[in-house]
Design a protein around this ligand. Sequence first.
Ligand code: GLU
Length: 470
Amino acid sequence: MIRVRFAPSPTGYLHIGGLRTALYNYLFAKQNDGHLILRIEDTDRTRLVDGAIDNLISTLSWSGIEFDEGPHKEGDYGPYTQSERLDIYHKHTIKLIKSGNAYPCFYPKDRLEAIKSKNISSEIVAEYDTRFRDLDIDESIEKMKYENHIVRLKIPSKGSISISDTIRGSIEFDLSLIQDQIILKSDGFPTYHLASVIDDHLMKISHVIRGEEWVASLPKHALLYKAFEWEMPTFVHLPLLLNKDKSKLSKRQGDVAVEDYKSKGFLKDALINYVSLLGWHGSDNKEIYNYDELIDSFSIDRIKSSGAIFDVKKLIWFNQQYIKKSDSKALLNLISQMLPTEWNLKIEMIDLLKDSVETLNDFQDHLKSFFVYSPMKISSDNTLFSDSIYDFLNLFKETLSKQDDINPNNFKELINTIKTEHDISGNIWKPIRIALTGSEHGPDISNYATILGSKTCVERIKLFLDLNVD
Ligand code: GLU
C-alpha cells in the first residue's frame, strides 16, 4: 500500500512550499488509493510557537487536503506527534549504541559551560566528542543514567554512499565531509534525523516526498536505515521554490504564509491550482485544474528538478479566473461576513463585479459605491464637463424621474435619445458615471444604474448637480 506523509514542524504558519509538499503527497496518495499521514515534528523545543499545531491543521483543512491519519484523525500507527513518542526514540537510540552505530558524548556542567561561554563552533565540539567514540558500550550506557549527554551517530570517516532519488537519480555523498551527527539532544529529544527515520519506518511510509532542502540529510538518513537494518522508502525531493530573482523563496520578498493568501481573499481552489504547477505540469499545456483533475493527471515523472518560480502576479491571474467562474451566490456567502451588515447585498452586484476583482477582498471596495455615495467636486478646468453636459445631466435626471423601471437597454436608449434630441456632442458616458458613482472608473454603467434603481440614480444626479452647478 502507498503510504506517504506530510511532516511539518509547527513553527507558526504553513509555508507555501509546505502546502505544495502536502498537496503532492495528497495527490499521490489519492490516485493510488493510499494513505496520507500528518505527522507533527515538534522535537525542536526552541522553535515551538503557541497555537501553531491548531493553526496548521485548520489551514490544511481550509486548503481541502485531507489526511487519513494524524493527530486529529485516528490511525494504527500513532501517536502522530513526535513529542509523544520519546520512549520509542530512546529505545531505538539504545539499540544503535548497543550495535556500535552510535555513541553517547558526556557533558558534565563545566564542559557545557565552557562550550556556551567560549562560543565554540559545532565542528570543534564534534571533533572533541569523537574521544567518546570508542568508549566501552556497557560503561557508556551505565554512565548515561547519571551524566548529561547527547548521542551521536557514527559516520564512517571515509568512503562514499550513493542514494537514489526518483527525480534526481542516483546522488553520491562523500562521507568524509560529514561529521558524526547528533541524533539525541541533551534535553532528551531526538533530532529531526533520528525521529523522522524511525517514524517513517514504523509508520510504514513507502514514499518520502519532501522539499529539496532535505537532500543534504539523505546520507545521514541512509546510514540510519543501514544501522537499523531497515529497508529505505522511495525518496522524491521536490524542486526549490524561488523568488522572481531566482533567490530562495523567502518572507523578505513577499508573503509566504498560506494564511496570508487566505486572508487576502484568495480562493482555495485557485491557490491549490497555482501551487500544483510549481514544479509539475500536465501532459499538455492545460493550466486550469480542479482537485479531481489534479488527482487524475498528477504524476511524479513530470516533476522537474530545477527550481520553480513563485510569481504572485500569476497567482492573481488564477484567482481572477476562479472568481469569474464561481457561482455568485457562493461568492456572496464567502464575502458577506467581511462586509457591513447594513449593506443590502444583491446577487446582481456580484454578477456585475466578479469579472473585475482580483481577490475576494476587492469586493468590499467595489461594492461600497452601491451603498455610500459622495458627489465628486469637479474643478473648473475639467474638460469632461461643460454647461451643456450639466444641462444634459439635468434633463436626464428629469426624464429618469418619470421612469420607474430601468434596465440596461432602456437606460442606454434614454441617454441616446436625449443626446440626439438636444444635439449634445462630446463624451457623455464618463460624466454620467462620475455623477452616478462618484468615481471615474467602475463596471458597466448601464448595469450598475439598473441595480441602483432609477430613484437612487435621480437622487445621486441631484446631489451631484447641487454641488457643482450654482
Ligand atoms: N519537519 C520537516 C520540515 O519541517 C520535514 C522534513 C521531511 O519531510 O522529512 O520540513
